[in-house]
Design a protein around this ligand. Structure first.
Ligand SMILES: Cc1cc2nc3c(=O)[nH]c(=O)nc-3n(C[C@H](O)[C@H](O)[C@H](O)COP(=O)(O)OP(=O)(O)OC[C@H]3O[C@@H](n4cnc5c(N)ncnc54)[C@H](O)[C@@H]3O)c2cc1C
Length: 125
């Protein structure tokens, strides 16, 4: 079964540094995405005639009106370059929130995990 996709509009950008920025995404129809802090979405990015799929952790609070993802620019990285070139008003296709059962169990039993490899979910946690 194909993964459910959502369409979101890039509402605003917060530039934290030259190489790190947050993208704030509003779902079509002002819909809310139910998620657990620590989950991520897969973005489908149209780059060079292909569709690059890249996962990004949700950095916002589940109660927020908009979704936040925080993106690091990776030198030579096609997906992050695409995201850094976006301007407010751009549309993005994203998956439902994803998180393995193992991670969900770990998140519930250890709500703060500063040693985790991917730092972005910590904002949501
Ligand atoms: C579950 C999950 C959650 C993620 N969450 C986030 C997130 O919240 N924010 C975020 O910025 N990224 C996150 N990532 C990484 C993200 O999905 C992309 O892999 C990253 O943006 C690079 O994609 P790219 O297309 O720009 O680079 P690519 O074109 O895939 O890679 C270009 C080159 O850079 C190397 N490379 C790739 N990633 C890195 C890196 N991080 N550091 C150094 N070299 C690298 C590759 O090996 C390759 O040589 C997450 C990854 C996973 C698996």
């Amino acid at each position: 079964m194909p993964a459910a996709r959502h369409v979101a509009t890039l509402e605003r950008i917060a530039e934290w540094s030259a190489g790190t920025r947050s993208l704030f995404l509003r779902l079509e129809g002002d819909a809310r995405l139910a998620f657990i802090p620590g989950q991520f979405v897969s973005l489908a990015l149209p780059v060079g005639g292909a569709e690059l799929v890249r996962p990004y952790s949700l950095a916002s609070n589940p109660e927020d009106d908009v979704l936040e993802i925080c993106v690091d620019r990776v030198p030579g990285g096609a997906g992050s370059a695409y995201l850094f070139a976006l301007r407010p008003g751009a549309a993005l296709s994203l998956s439902r929130p994803i998180c393995s059962k193992t991670t969900e169990r770990r998140l519930i039993s250890r709500p703060y995990d500063p040693g985790g490899g991917i730092g972005r979910p910590l904002r949501g946690l």
